[in-house]
Design a protein around this ligand. Structure first.
Ligand code: NAI
Length: 319
């Protein structure tokens, strides 16, 4: 038989696993030896209603192929119950795939508190609750793998999705810090911005495009990241879909430096605007700029040109 990455003896929790990407993850892990907790509330993609069938169907499919799985119907907002299901059914948890999600698309002008709140609850609070409940187990066993799910909407913005964008970029910061705090305990966390055909995207993309964006094409990258053979790749942000995968990172421009004293005015800022925006020789920071060094350098600079501000159009404004 061909060799394959296996997860024998491991327990995987997949949230929002009744359809779309979550279902594809569950089937993948179920076929490769893991015990899977298939969590799904079974509501609509706008977050209303609930139906235990969503998770049950996936559990049945895993079992019919000889795999091990149990269903959980709780909302990720009650994440501790989902992790509890894993512990009760299988005695441990090794991998957490925070995948559950909904949309409440509405222009910012018409955004209601409830639209904002629900999105934050499911995506941000939900990912937190599941990870928080899994964390003590991960630490104790000195092993854990977490995938959080961001979105291009969070990274780049997207019309009608201020709530979703905010919740999705939150996954990035959340992951970065989990990666830092987890490293010592062999807990690795990565975040993906997937693209795949699902009920979430079926109305916004044409059928021929969707055809090439099977959820299945997101799974292999995640399978690699959460495998025990990965011991170093953590805190990564990955775009993934349709066979394409790429890591994303921050880029810092050259930057402008002004002497920080009473001569430092809006005009001084605009005089340096080109440097502030100069990406011709970028750096790729993994932390804040070296402020101690920069402060020292700034104090060595001559005073800023006094007496005038210039506005964005280069117009001199006398002050
Ligand atoms: P989907 O709608 O098929 O799957 C999401 C699942 O989460 C559903 O089965 C739903 O019942 C479940 N769910 C919703 N709220 C829940 C809750 N409170 N507790 C438990 N389960 C809940 O959509 P898809 O596309 O598979 O989405 C999966 C994840 O990927 C989501 O986080 C989504 O935001 C993200 N994503 C998907 C993209 C795509 O192109 N499909 C693009 C960017 C991000």
């Amino acid at each position: 038989a061909p060799q394959e990455l296996r997860y024998d003896g491991q327990v995987v929790v997949v949230t929002g696993a009744g359809g779309g990407l979550g279902k594809a993850y569950s089937l993948y892990f179920g076929e490769r030896g893991a015990s899977v907790v298939v969590n799904d509330l079974g509501g609509s993609f706008k977050g209303s209603g609930s139906d235990s069938r969503a998770a049950d169907v996936v559990v049945e499919e895993i079992k019919s192929k000889g795999g091990k799985a149990v269903a959980n119907y709780d909302s990720v907002a009650d994440g501790e119950k989902i992790i509890d299901t894993a512990i009760k059914a299988f005695g441990r948890i090794d991998i957490l795939i925070n995948n559950a999600g909904i949309l409440r698309d509405v222009s910012f002008k018409n955004m209601k508190d409830a639209d904002w709140d629900l999105i934050m609850t499911v995506h941000v609070w939900g990912a937190y609750k599941c990870a928080r409940a899994a964390w003590p187990h991960f630490r104790k066993q000195k092993y854990g793998r977490v995938i959080n799910t961001a979105s291009a909407a969070g990274l780049f913005g997207s019309f009608g999705q201020t709530n979703y964008s905010a919740a999705k970029l939150a996954q990035v910061g959340f992951t970065e810090t989990l990666a830092k705090e987890g490293l010592k305990y062999n807990i690795l966390a990565n975040v993906i911005a997937p693209i795949a055909a699902s009920r979430m995207t079926e109305t916004v993309m044409p059928p021929d495009v969707l055809e090439n964006l099977k959820p299945d094409w997101v799974i292999p990258l995640v399978g690699v990241l959460v495998h025990s053979s990965n011991t170093t790749e953590t805190g990564g942000i990955f775009e993934v879909g349709g066979g394409h995968m790429a890591k994303l990172r921050w880029e810092r421009a050259k930057g402008g430096l002004c002497r920080a004293d009473s001569t430092f005015t809006p005009g001084s800022v605009l005089a340096k605007w080109k440097d502030v925006n100069d990406f011709s020789k970028p750096s790729y920071p993994t932390g804040v700029a070296n402020f101690m060094e920069l402060l020292e350098e700034a104090q060595k600079l001559p005073p800023n040109e006094p007496g005038e501000d210039i506005d964005f159009k280069g117009k001199v404004v006398l002050i």
